[in-house]
Design a protein around this ligand. Sequence first.
Ligand code: IMP
Ligand code: MG
Length: 369
Amino acid sequence: MIKLHDKYFKPFISAQEIDAAMERLATEIANDIGDEIPVFIGVLNGSFMVVSDFVKKYKKPCEVTFIKLASYEGVKSTEDIQRLIGLTQDLTGRTVVILEDIIDTGNTLAEVHRIFKNEQVKSLKIATLFYKPEAYKKDYKLHYIGIEIPNKFIVGYGLDYDGLGRNLPEVYQIKETQFMTNLVLFGPPGAGKGTQAEFLKTKYNLVHISTGDVFRFNIKNETALGMLAKSYMDKGQLVPDQVTIDMLNAEVEKNATAKGFIFDGFPRTNAQAESLDKLLESKDSSINAMVALEVDDEILVERLIGRGKTSGRADDADESIIRNRIKEYYDKTAVLKEYYSAQNKYFGVDGVGSIEDITVRLSGIIDQL
Ligand code: IMP
Ligand code: MG
């Protein structure tokens, strides 16, 4: 990952892939042009690297020149194209190939066509290394395309973000979300998960996503996903992971500017942990840590029986039910402990002590992430 000015970019297209695409373009164009001597025209600034590498791969006689146009401000294309350097030679009767680094909206290309409107060239062909089909708004034909890319801002290989990044030999894509702290919070019943989640939320500005709450919310509000989940529950079936993941995705998207998330009650299985990784990856993010509150069984039993006496919660009153719930927790979470340990992301926290003591232990871990 790299940082240019205020933004983070992640590796996107390797130097080797670029080289292969350039090779294809050069071969294709050389085959089409035959024995003529073409004039290759680069559009400065961005295309200097494309032109340089392209002509080295073009093994027949050719001429090279440049025009210079400017349209971009920061990460946005503007309609207003400035013609900084125009054509400096007569191109009457010549075969001209425009070499572009990238075609985005096509505004720059429209200006290229305006420049050539009154030139009596034999033919005008457009070649571009990168092309963003979702952004392209014109209908000029693109004769040669190296690599189609999604409509996201890229840097490197001649392309810049506010002046920086042109010298990178590979291409990087802007990170959709900047840095987040995403935690999976675990703890057996009675470990004090709720209390600690509340604290973490405030201290680190995180959004607490409790799967139970998300389910209840969706069902109560009769969202499409809620109704779908309910249809399984009514039949006494498990709600498929994809439905849960879709609900979590909606929660994550609702809080797009969050500093991170605390996942509580999910994942429960390896497959779910993998789905959660994929979900976060699609947001250019990841789980940073599984934090598990560790409390000795006997203490948990004592705490829960105490809680049962005051709260009147039936499932907190019976010792054998309590022991069963604790056992079930360990049975279920053992695989996840392994899953996150394998990625060095498992952190056990001693959950015995005052609320403040435990809070300090948790902060110690999160501050290190
Ligand atoms: P268009 O006029 O919108 O097609 O954009 C063409 C010009 O905008 C290119 O020549 C680049 O200078 C710039 N541009 C478009 N997309 C990107 C990008 O993702 N990164 C950097 N520059 C870009
Ligand atoms: Mg350009």
